[in-house]
Design a protein around this ligand. Sequence first.
Ligand code: UDP
Ligand code: MG
Length: 322
Amino acid sequence: MNTPVLYIVIPCYNEQEVLPVTSGMFLEKINSLIAKGRVAPESRVVFVNDGSKDNTWNIIQELANSDEHFEGVCLSRNRGHQNALLGGLMTVKDRCDITISIDCDGQDDINAMDAMVDAYWDGCEVVYGVRSKRDTDTFFKRFTAEGFYKLMNWMGAQVVFNHADYRLMSSRVLNEFANFKEVNIFLRGMVPLVGFKSTSVYYERAERIAGESHYPLKKMLALAFDGITSLSVKPIRLITGFGALISVISFVGVIWAVVEAILGSTVAGWASTTSIVCFMGGIQLLCLGVIGEYIGKIYLETKQRPRYIIEKCTWNRENSQK
Ligand code: UDP
Ligand code: MG
């Protein structure tokens, strides 16, 4: 096997405090992998600027000018972590043999990259970085994350437990992945669908080097809900089952009410009637909401809008600056 060209792809959104620190770590890692002959000298570290409002793109350009191993891709506006990552991967897939995606905040242990590249040499096309411990996360984050993985798998979406978006993918896998045309993307749930030989490497997740997480509770819940509804139709089936159950219970209730009326033992019954009406109203609204979520997704998918737009790259490409 030829020595593979590795591109490390790193989405960045408002990371001016973090980049100057972590960029050095990424450079060291790629240089050491090159020195050991595990990856080719043409390997690169590519930062994807996801429409940052701070100095991030300027820093990326300075890095690209300072060392040939740094490159940058700039999206035309903020499109969110998943789209930025996909944009980066699709832009570099024809320039390399393997990619490793990682966040730029230093939370994922870059030393796991050695084991990822080893696994590629052993024939794996996808290597998932899996957190072995979540000590640095709050109890709440651990609890919600665990619930989320369990729920996802129960809903029928294959998600690797404790794996986020730190993973190696070969360009062959990326070429197949390019055929996944959906607009709502949840990469960690979609990559396992591509297939090919895969494995996991384990690492400990650290604290963010600087700056703040872009995933507060509200966004985390939105991501979880998005992940479930883009990968599974089980919620709709559950609603159907639940609706059927409620209907049976209501049917029994109606018969009971009729019998009571015939026997002439009718009571005012105001409280029970009101509570049933309220309960049913609530359930119906909930069900409508879930169905509406799917209809909204269908609406967005039918438009087939681009998931990201590349404005410029630091290498020779149309509208490129470097
Ligand atoms: N990120 C991005 N676009 C966004 C939000 C985040 O490209 O709109 C990047 C961010 O710069 C980081 C990665 O996605 O490299 C993960 O974000 P973060 O560390 O805030 O998430 P957490 O680790 O807390 O889940
Ligand atoms: Mg982070």
